[in-house]
Design a protein around this ligand. Structure first.
Ligand code: ADE
Length: 414
């Protein structure tokens, strides 16, 4: 057993069960592991990780280890960490530092434990690990070869660092690869948000009004699944093209002021703060259910909700019900944290297979190439490799061009 900080090592058997289940569905990651294992490309390298520590992530970490890396991992959200999975990872020799329900101080300490392992490669989800190393562990900057970022919010922060000229090593924006956002953000978030919401509330969606704030790829996924379950979907968006897109996709488009009085369910997926705030809570119907699917728990202004309420109670796991002075109740799911991970198991297995295959290829890429500091896309050839492997693994066939068609596509006279 190596250095670790987990809730309870005796939970490992349950963690292994979850990991084995996930691994069976992660065919692309398994193919890549098999392919690269003989070379042990990460031998002598330490990979520092800040990801949601659940079973699919464990499969990625075990692949890193199988390819020769020392892996030090912290959880990227206090409520997404699954203690049994962490116990199994510790048993497997991963340096794992996380506990479900940890507070902000403990969370920061766990990131510091990862930094203390002196990683050369970083895999981040939300940019907290990269930011911490730039602030408190600057002596490590010259030895870091680079890393990759999983999510939209993390890339927004990395872009701000790059714009300020302070991002000290290359980071691959895995989120922006086709193999990631087209599937993970849209189908992954679409399914896993509904899963978290339904498991937690056990309420009917059909016939209800479902407000989705944000119509990026994640919002599109949530809106489509809510509609598929029979809801009337209202989209709230600040971008004119996305708002038009939502309109033509068949959804009502309103501002939050108008939508707040109509919704039975509200899901925020914007990446911004205070998207639903005091003025909106005041207009809400009795029984409104609020959930967030953005990376940080700032999209629903919970301090406003507390200030407006006369009392709050938790009758059900992951549901806090706030009572207003007029007797109206508003229910907040999973403390306003990512509902799909805090009240569920995150994205489906096959989806994370694609995302983590991209992460693996990104890590291999930064370990081999001397990239300039800054934010980089996942190279197109690697993005394509993930899609091709998935097609093969899932038994799907691509059409190919005839020689005449190839020629025609390069012709301009004809
Ligand atoms: N499981 C692991 N990481 C995840 C993520 N970023 N989103 C959803 N599910 C996940």
């Amino acid at each position: 057993m190596t250095d670790c900080c987990v809730a309870d090592l005796s939970l490992a058997p349950s963690g292994w069960g979850k990991i084995e289940w996930a691994r069976r569905g992660m065919k692309v990651l398994s193919i890549l592991e098999e392919h690269h294992r003989p070379d042990r490309p990460f031998k002598g390298l330490t990979i520092g990780v800040c990801l949601h520590l659940e079973a699919k992530t464990a499969c990625l970490l075990l692949t890193f280890k199988a390819l020769g890396a020392t892996v030090a991992a912290a959880g990227s959200n206090p409520l997404s960490t699954q203690d049994d999975v962490c116990a199994a990872l510790a048993e497997a020799g991963i340096l794992v530092y996380s506990r479900h329900g940890m507070d902000a101080e403990e969370y920061a300490d766990h990131l510091r434990c990862v930094a203390a392992a002196e990683p050369q490669i970083l895999i981040d989800d939300g940019c907290d690990l990269v930011a911490l190393i730039h602030e408190e562990y600057r002596h490590l900057l010259p030895t870091i070869r680079g890393g990759s970022e999983e999510t939209t919010t993390g890339i927004k922060r990395l872009r701000a660092m790059a714009d300020e000229g302070c991002l000290a090593f290359p980071m691959i924006a895995v989120n922006d690869a086709y193999s990631k956002y087209l599937f993970d953000n849209r189908y992954g978030t679409g399914q896993s948000v509904m899963d978290g919401l339904l498991r937690t509330t056990n309420l009917l969606v059909a016939g209800k009004t479902f407000v989705v704030a944000g119509y990026g790829w994640c919002g599109k996924g949530v809106a489509r699944r809510a509609s598929g379950l029979g809801a009337r979907v209202v989209v709230v968006e600040i971008d004119p093209h996305r708002a038009l897109e939502a309109h033509m996709d068949g959804f009502q488009v309103l501002d939050m002021g108008a939508a707040s009085g109509m919704g039975d369910f509200f899901v925020t997926v914007t990446g911004n703060r205070d998207v639903i705030r005091g003025e909106h809570f005041r207009r809400m119907k009795d029984g409104a259910v609020l959930a967030n699917a953005g990376h940080f728990d700032v999209e629903i202004a919970i301090p406003d909700l507390r200030a407006l309420s006369v009392s709050s109670r938790r009758d059900k796991v992951n549901v806090e019900s706030f009572e207003m002075a007029d007797g109206k109740r508003i229910h907040l799911l999973a403390q306003g944290r990512l509902v799909n991970l805090a009240a569920g198991d995150g994205h489906p297995v096959e989806i994370m297979d694609l995302s983590f295959a991209s992460q693996l290829l990104a890590a291999l890429h930064v370990s081999r190439e001397k990239l300039p500091r800054g934010l980089h896309p996942l190279p197109e050839s690697l993005d394509r490799e993930v899609a091709l492997l998935a097609l093969e693994a899932w038994g799907l066939r691509l059409e190919s061009l005839t020689a005449e068609q190839e020629r025609y596509m390069k012709e301009w006279r004809e």
